[in-house]
Design a protein around this ligand. Structure first.
Ligand code: MOS
Length: 770
């Protein structure tokens, strides 16, 4: 029998390269970002932020601002006080990224804290009003960070629940006894995400219900967290965030602004729209705080590690114990019998830092991968060979097996593509005219983490498909990989599939953090598709006139717009659907991954992600790995640093879409170069204020800074981690890059830079080229 429907485009399989299905919408400007949403008769909000880092607001003279035409109202601690309820920090099982509560009292706890919200008929009037607030402070001397008087240090293990510093054996004894040692200090700077889409929030109330348009990595969390802050039923809140102009962790937890805009909209009984400035984005959202490391590595003469001791310090805010603690990774990358580690937080008068792309691994693998290079140089062993001698199938702390680990395959593939064997190990030996050439490499690793997720898939009689899940596309290609999964499982072309995500009314999915989205969400979408397949197959094997009468339904698959049997029998899709249902076939699936306790599912509905994976499992350890090779050129006279090429090879399980995956990894490596050479938020240590809060002075690479960037995929088939074998890779690419660049700079110049970023003034001591 002929199908009555036109056959759609060929259904792609998981692993096929397809361009982003949301790409056209984005490049044509049709994708509607949160602040693009037209609001009926909106009020514009502009924030005023504090000029001091610590102290009290003595007085706010609002008269000049209130006298401006168009200014409607001004929120300050004097009239907001108490309207927003205190909630727990995200990393303590709550939703907020900082427990510092602006407008809750006259206290100022960090520079750039929100001190007033000016509400006006126009953006211009609100901006003018914010500038005309005359605020008098009683300042106190702030602690800016490390080494500041008044900063206090606490050990993570003493203040963070369930936190342990990884350790095994007798590290101090083994270090003392070992013949070859590296004992150094390293540091990474403050950094800010600077997503191109600014921090925006629009709120509108209608019949006691609140709609929030805000770029978010966690719509279900935002809904539930805001409900807690406002003391209302979460079902009264609808969060809309279909497109996100970058996030990188800055939109995973609730910031202080959202509740204030919701309160303003309620009081004025009109929609309120806030678009914070680029500069305010440095202080009203989270950031990557500076870290310091004392790193010790010891080996025998063959390069076998004998001891690894990693002590790390991180800056956090006065009230919050936010920690990244990348020793979970740095102590487990290589075989080593004696390991000790300790993470401490240094409380200073700063906003609470938060997740920023690969939060633990970017700062904590910098000392490890630098020290490995230093050890290789001390032993006169090739850095790749040193890593091979310390490769392992089991992590060294508890001896748990890696589900899969292709680190050395990554090194071999990337080294080949890079031409590593042509390297003269002597620093300063490779030159091209005025340029000193250096080649360096480093390992990368990132935990494979999954959380409970849910999805609804609806197959319509016409053969079109709708996939719904409250996941997020933060540039990771979520729309595309979700569509690809449904296409693969239902045998239907991408042009017939629509994906709805980024909306809190949809079935909940985890926060788009920890690179879990593709693994968590594609697996649950596949599960829903399987329910549909089973229903169609079960209907196909019974009743009159079917070609599959009496077949085993578990052997029937949906492929190429048909239901197919192992014996070559086939039924057009629309007929198979019609046998199973008079209308659409809908499936709702819930998935709880291995290692997640059963209550994880309930928590998901409350907007909490219970991610399992990495080094936090009882029975195994699961990470994605890679190797990155960098060429730098340092000009002999000016010490200008260029990176003409970078090659990375990565093993991250099943790659769902090589196109979006390559973009993620390439973007990660570029950010890694940025992290090594460009980025740092400068802080005035007397005032504890940031000084370069715009994209003119916060250095990031431009196209001219990046030349060739090559991504190589190393195939991996790991069905232990999850049914589809997906590891996730959003954060993998930018781990280790900083060390690879630093190692290349050392090779070019003989100067070892242990404090990032590496700017040319740090290379002035390099020997000149004669
Ligand atoms: Mo990412 S820092 O896990 O959003």
């Amino acid at each position: 029998m002929q199908s009555t429907l036109a056959k759609p485009s060929a259904p792609p399989k998981i692993g096929t390269s397809v361009t982003r299905i949301d790409g056209r919408l984005k490049v044509t400007g049709a994708a509607r970002y949160a602040s693009d949403t037209p609001l009926g008769d909106p009020v514009f909000a502009v924030l005023a932020t504090s000029a001091i880092a610590l102290g009290r607001i003595v007085d706010i003279d609002e008269s000049a601002a209130r006298g401006l035409p168009g200014v409607i109202d001004i929120l300050t601690h004097r009239n907001v006080n108490g309207a927003v309820k205190r909630t727990k920090l995200f990393s303590d099982g709550g939703y907020v990224g900082s427990t510092i509560m602006p407008l809750a009292s006259d206290r100022v706890q960090h520079a750039g804290q929100i001190v007033a919200v000016v509400l006006a008929e126009t953006f211009e009037a609100a901006s003018d009003g914010a500038r005309r607030l005359a605020i008098r402070y009683a300042p106190e001397p702030p602690a800016a960070g490390f080494d500041s008087p008044g900063a206090t240090t606490v050990a993570a293990k003493d203040v963070v629940k369930n936190y342990e510093d990884p350790a095994v054996g007798d590290a101090e004894g083994a270090f003392a006894a070992a013949p070859v040692k590296i004992d150094q200090h390293y540091a990474t700077p403050t950094q800010h995400h600077n997503p191109i889409e600014l921090f925006t929030t629009s709120c509108a109330w209608s019949d006691g219900k609140l709609t929030v348009w805000e770029p978010s990595q966690n719509v279900t969390g935002l809904k539930n967290g805001l409900a807690e802050q406002l003391g209302i039923d979460p079902e009264k809140i609808h969060v809309v965030s279909p497109y996100i102009g970058g996030a990188f962790g800055s939109r995973g937890s609730l910031t202080q602004r959202t509740a204030l805009i919701a309160v303003a909209a309620q009081r004025l009984d009109r929609p309120v729209k806030l678009v914070a400035s680029r500069s305010q984005g440095f202080t009203i959202a989270s950031y990557r705080a500076e870290t310091r490391h004392h790193f010790r590595l010891a080996a025998d003469h063959d390069g076998k590690l004998q001891a690894l001791i990693h002590e790390g310090w991180e800056v956090t805010s006065r009230p919050d114990n936010y920690k990244v603690a990348g020793t979970d990774a740095s102590t487990r990358l290589y075989a080593c019998p004696n390991i000790a580690s300790k993470v401490s937080m240094v409380h200073a008068d700063r906003n609470t830092p938060g997740f920023m792309r690969s939060p633990p691994e970017v700062p904590y693998l910098f000392p490890l991968e630098s020290a490995m290079d230093e050890l290789a140089a001390a032993l006169k062993i090739d850095p790749v060979e040193l890593r091979r001698r310390n490769d392992t199938r089991n992590e060294p702390i508890k001896g748990l097996p890696y589900t899969s680990r292709s680190l050395m395959t990554c090194f071999d593939r990337a080294a080949d593509a890079f031409g590593w064997k042509g390297r003269d190990p002597q620093p300063g030996s490779m030159r091209d005219g005025d340029w000193m050439i250096g080649w360096g490499c480093a390992s990368t690793m990132y935990p494979t983490q999954l959380g409970p997720a849910t999805a609804r898939v609806t197959l319509f009689p016409s053969g079109t498909v709708k996939v719904q899940t409250a996941a997020h596309d933060i540039g990771n290609g979520a729309y595309t990989v979700i569509a690809l999964t449904a296409a693969d499982r239902l045998g239907i072309g991408l042009d017939k599939i629509t994906v709805e995500i980024g909306d809190s009314d949809l079935p909940p999915a985890p926060v788009a953090g920890g690179s879990n989205t593709t693994a968590s969400v594609c697996n649950v979408v596949a599960k829903a598709c399987e329910q549909i397949r089973a229903r169609i197959a079960n209907a196909a094997v019974v009743g009159d006139g079917g070609v599959f009468l009496g077949s085993n339904p578990s052997q029937l698959v949906l492929a190429d717009w048909s239901l197919k049997g192992p014996d070559g029998k086939s039924m057009p899709l629309d007929q198979a659907i019609a046998r199973a249902s008079n209308g659409a076939i809908e499936a709702y699936a819930e998935n709880v991954p291995h290692g997640v306790p059963p209550e994880g599912l309930k928590k998901l509905y409350q907007g909490h992600a219970t991610l399992a994976g990495g080094a936090k499992m009882k029975d195994r350890i699961q990470f994605a790995f890679g190797a990155e090779f960098v060429e730098v050129r340092v000009h002999a006279r000016t010490r200008e640093i260029r990176v003409p090429r970078i090659v990375g090879a990565f093993a991250a399980g099943q790659i769902v879409d090589p196109v979006t995956a390559e973009s993620q990894l390439m973007g990660g490596m570029i950010w890694g170069i940025s992290s090594a050479l460009h980025e740092a938020t400068e802080i005035d240590r007397r005032s504890a204020r940031y000084t370069n809060t715009d994209l003119a002075e916060y250095m990031i690479p431009v196209n001219a800074d990046i030349d060739r960037a090559q991504v190589i995929f190393v195939a991996e088939d790991d069905r232990q981690i999850n049914e589809l074998g997906i590891k996730g890779l959003g954060e993998l690419g930018n781990v280790g890059t900083n060390a690879a660049v630093a190692n290349a700079v050392y090779h070019a110049t003989g100067v070892r830079v242990r404090e990032l970023p590496i700017r040319l003034e740090k290379l002035l001591d390099a020997p000149a080229l004669d």
